[in-house]
Write a protein that binds this ligand. Sequence first.
Ligand code: MN
Length: 427
Amino acid sequence: MPLTANDPSRKSWLDVPQDSDFPIQNIPFGVFITKDDVVTIGTRIGNYAIDLGALQQLNYFEGIELTDDMFMQDTLNDFISDGKKTWRLVRNRIAEIFDSNNPELRDNDKHRETIIFNIEDVEMQLPVLIGDYTDFYSSREHATNVGKMFRDPENALLPNWLHIPVGYHGRSSTIVPSGIPIHRPQGQTLPPGNDTPVFGPSKLVDFELEMAFITTDANIMGEPIPIEEAEDHIFGMVLFNDWSARDIQKWEYVPLGPFLAKNFASSMSPWIVTLDALEPFRTKGPEQSPEPMDYLKQEGEHAFDINLQVALQPEDGNENVICNSNFKYMYWSMAQQLAHHTVNGCRVNSGDLMGSGTISGPTPDSFGSMLELTWGGKNPIKLNDGTERKFINDGDTVIMRGYCKNDTVRIGFGEVKSKLLPPFSRK
Ligand code: MN
């Protein structure tokens, strides 16, 4: 099925500011609440939120096979379950409806009033009910940096790393959308020099610059997903801040891996940008050596050129850009991650979320965590208000942004922005 929604020459009758992340070629999917407390599935063009439930009720999706309440739901899971063909039909139709040459909705003031909202007038929700959350560890630079700091600089990568897309099962209950503040977690740590642990607020709260992909019902239990089909089961991507407590992590992670250091919060951007919209930004990933095993072998371009940025904003202060990275640095592709995840027969469902792992680039200004940017706190970052940071302070806001750009179109993700609050206290 052709991706007519991606036509770079198409213009919308809705105003799209220059350098908007959301031109008519993007058409992401999300869930929002209107001022009248109506929850609906929607999309976004420029600074307008578009109610897909209302569009459906007013018959704008006629001819596409959809259940009657497909878009009048508070999650995208059912829509995602309908599969790639339906996603494409719907995105192509939305592009047609908002094409500057199409008068149908453009010239119908009454319909426009019930379908289109200013983005400031809606509240974004989590777009999917996330059943399971897996986090990978797929940036070679990140794994090498962490290995150098925590283990042996000479053998920074563990022996399995170049053979397996390493990952662990996270927890979905504390994944929240952009804008929701996070409390500094408390827990056990072993301060340097101590031989018994102490309890208290984490002193080393960090962000992890990640992206995540959201899957459809990909297989039945027992059935591996062949690598050449894996991308068909990826609905789209979001920005993902996988908050981490480094001191808790260091004490608890042996032998079973991350636990409470990671599951207190992860923040995601609310608009899922479809893999279809990202098609023009395919690129080659890093050379893989040794050659991956057959079930992980891929031909062609399976990385995506997505510029990523992290800014830190102190309370009452200005933003400081502290990292510029790119999703294309990932050593293992999303398709390899999904093929590996299911090679043993593990079932993947609609709305599952797979984090990339921290995305660090080759240069120190492209490292995707405070742990790496300050090299374990040894080289604090100087902010524009004169203060320094080794890790994240209470009151700081972490903002992640991402976009793709070529000569004709810019497709972006908006942002994921969240503030770190002091530890939770009972009123
Ligand atoms: Mn992570």
